[in-house]
Write a protein that binds this ligand. Sequence first.
Ligand code: GAF
Length: 386
Amino acid sequence: MTDLRTGVRDDFAEVFGREPDGVWSAPGRVNLIGEHTDYNLGFVLPLAINRRTVAAVGAREDRVVRVGSTFADELVEVPLDALTPDALSGWSAYPLGVAWALGEFGADLAAVPGVDILIDSNVPVGAGLSSSAAIESAVAVALNELWRLGLDRRTLARVGQRAENVAVGAPTGIMDQSASLLGERDAAVFLDCRSLESQIVPLGLEDAGLELLIIDTGVAHAHATGGYADRRASCEEGARILGVESLRDVAVGDLDRARELMDDVRFRRVRHVVTEDQRVLDTVRTLREQGPQAIGALLDASHVSMRDDFEISVPELDLAVETAQANGAIGARMTGGGFGGSAIALVPTDAVSRVLVALDGAFAEHGFGQPEMFTVRASEGALRES
Ligand code: GAF
């Protein structure tokens, strides 16, 4: 982290020929449980991880925004007055989309100075760990402070989501930005995606002798296209058929009626969301009453629901989950939007090496590319570094 923070200052000086006004950072996230529930206005339980994006930012004397990064060999320059979603594309749509979206949430962009932004990150891209939300959140807290906007974190999460929905074109929910902005060390963020009320839920993994293992399958996924948008549309249609504003308004006890009103595929999409909301509530209660050793079965059930009902898993994710479970994990599930990306496994510390060896072997045996595997800790959300 120190390297990332000092490195981005040096990079900023090299690219822009001066010192930044400050360095801000924001983490990636993993979702412990509550998948595809956020845009259905239900519950999620993500955590911020110890992989971060850093943004060095300096105000300019004119009204131009320039953004560079260590991962793309280009400097993108847009006058603030020409900052519209249509003008944005590629990786820079994330940071520049945030600058635009701040204006949608009350910032007077006609009254702020231009900025130079330099971004670096150690959040793996395409792993389902929200590298995009980490960029959005780091830039959002930086501009909020430099432009003296005074927006609270909940609003900044909505800013990041708006950037992603409109400037990037991915119809994602509010979970990832909320985790990146609200996360705390050794805790998960329990978020009600309708009210946007959140509570911090201590995880106690270390005391319980557990590690949170990420298994990045390397199978690429993109939320701007394909299955994610299709599942979202399917849920909205399910809510319409049931005559409710969103699937948040459907209880597990209503599922029999739902089954009668829709075809089997749509019913299973609805059942995933409705039961997943309940699993989030059960997980929060179990964590508080019994600790993390007791949540394994809920994680396992979440995976089965995503595999069989929501149908967003892929063979590599299923193999990761089954292999981890068979070799000592107390619970495992795919995490994030699906169709690729990562699985998580809660593993007793003394079983981690066995699980890693078994996963390596299983992926090789199936002819899949080797997964990237590493443990993460729940970490603090976005902050000013220097
Ligand atoms: C992606 C989206 F960005 C989130 O909003 C959420 O819907 C998640 O997939 C699925 O739970 O990470």
